[in-house]
Design a protein around this ligand. Structure first.
Ligand code: SF4
Length: 398
């Protein structure tokens, strides 16, 4: 890539802080799993259940207090993620959702998602989730190959994943996502195509397909450093990406973000908020929030999170007000993750700036290198640019 030209900020005046939002996305982080997968760097623990009750009490308090401070505002989306939210008892999930509903009443037609692990799912659980008003389910399947599942340290089998999917449909879920991971150690392209083929034959509404990455400090990362774990090199990873797009595109799943594919009308509205810089509040240990020109996060330690909330003390770890140029870069950074990219009209509305005036010298070389495309609607990464988005988007950093 070329050297980075400076954006033309100095010639423009950005509008002041954004107006209060019309609605919100609500994320609740449930930091418990049955076991810890060796590649996972999320803020989660293998749980024996001891902290569950304290966590539920604490997170409900955090939600109530935020509602009193910032509400009432309608929640356009609610997402129970983690972790494995369904590791909690249904009555505990109900208390969390009651707290959300009281503080941030879901708007009519709100998307309410819960993540579930196929190994801990049965008909009763899915029935409970439906009764609680959850209308979208996201399951971490990762692979249909038993050897790959074992290598990933997953707590479920391929058969359990198939059975859980069918039970979810039988319980009435008409909006189901399945998560997969590719470029695993020893995985072949044919093996990945077999997993994709089986996934598509189940006919979920949405598919997420993530490239395995080595996160610092994880057992996988340590094994790789010790030379005991070999992952496919970047060219082979690019082949996996191309195979994913070909396979899913041919079967009616359109990509709408680097790792996400959906049938028409089934893109995840909650995650789209993140990539569109629409405001969201996150609750739970390590959860992040974004509101106007501010972003903040909660501390990550689960015992400390519980202790502090029980004592009526704040749990904020980071709290920053973004400078105008940071807000603009954030909009570009997350916007370019989407296949629709950054829309000129939206950019103008948010910042009072013309995209080409602000970023013309950055855009031109990326167009020339075939990493970006531009038309009257906006700019977006090409398939090649999407694959190396993490290397391309910093070019826009002021
Ligand atoms: S189930 Fe998901 S959140 Fe839990 S440890 Fe495994 S990858 Fe991480």
């Amino acid at each position: 890539m070329s050297s980075r030209p400076a954006p033309a900020w100095s010639a423009h005046v950005l509008p002041p802080d954004p107006a209060p939002p019309a609605d919100l996305g609500i994320y609740v982080h449930v930091p418990f799993c049955i076991s810890k997968c060796p590649y996972c760097a999320f803020n989660t623990i293998a749980s024996d259940g001891t902290l569950h009750e304290g966590y539920v009490r604490a997170v409900c308090r955090e939600i109530r207090e935020a509602g009193a401070r910032l509400g009432p505002l309608p929640a356009a989306t609610v997402f129970l993620g983690g972790g494995t939210p369904t590791f909690l008892a249904a009555a505990q999930l109900e208390r969390i959702l009651d707290a959300v509903r009281a503080a941030f009443p879901p708007a009519p037609g709100a998307e309410i998602t819960c993540e579930a692990n196929p190994g801990t799912a049965d008909a009763e659980l899915f029935g409970d989730l439906r009764r609680l008003g959850i209308n979208r389910l996201s399951m971490g399947v990762q692979s249909f190959d038993p050897a790959e599942l074992a290598r990933l340290g997953r707590a479920h089998s391929a058969d359990e994943a198939r059975a859980a999917y069918r039970l979810a449909r039988a319980a009435g879920f008409d909006n189901v996502n399945l998560d997969f991971i590719f470029a695993l150690p020893g995985q072949t392209l044919d093996g990945w195509r077999r997993t994709l083929d089986e996934a598509v034959r189940l006919a979920p509404d949405h598919l997420s397909s993530y490239c395995l990455t080595l996160e610092e400090g994880t057992p996988y990362w340590k094994e790789a450093r010790a030379g005991r774990l070999a992952l496919p090199d970047p060219e082979v990873q690019a082949d996996f990406v191309a195979a994913t797009h070909a396979e899913l595109g041919a079967r009616g799943y359109a990509p709408y973000e680097i790792s996400n594919f959906a049938r028409p009308g089934r893109a995840c509205r909650h995650n789209l908020r993140y990539w569109s810089l629409d405001p969201y509040l996150g609750f739970g240990p390590g959860a992040h929030s974004f509101w106007g020109d501010r972003r903040w996060s909660d501390l990550g330690s689960i015992p400390e999170y519980i202790e502090r909330l029980d004592a009526g003390r704040p749990v904020r770890a980071l709290d920053e007000t973004l400078r105008p140029e940071q807000r603009v870069f954030e909009a570009i950074y997350v916007g370019l993750r989407k296949c629709t990219g950054v829309e000129r009209a939206d950019f103008r509305r948010r910042f009072g700036l013309e995209l080409d005036l602000a970023y013309g010298p950055t855009i031109a070389p990326l167009l020339a290198q075939g990493l970006l495309e531009s038309d009257p609607q906006g700019i977006r990464l090409t398939p090649r640019g999407l694959h190396i988005a993490d290397a391309v988007t910093p070019e826009f950093c002021a």
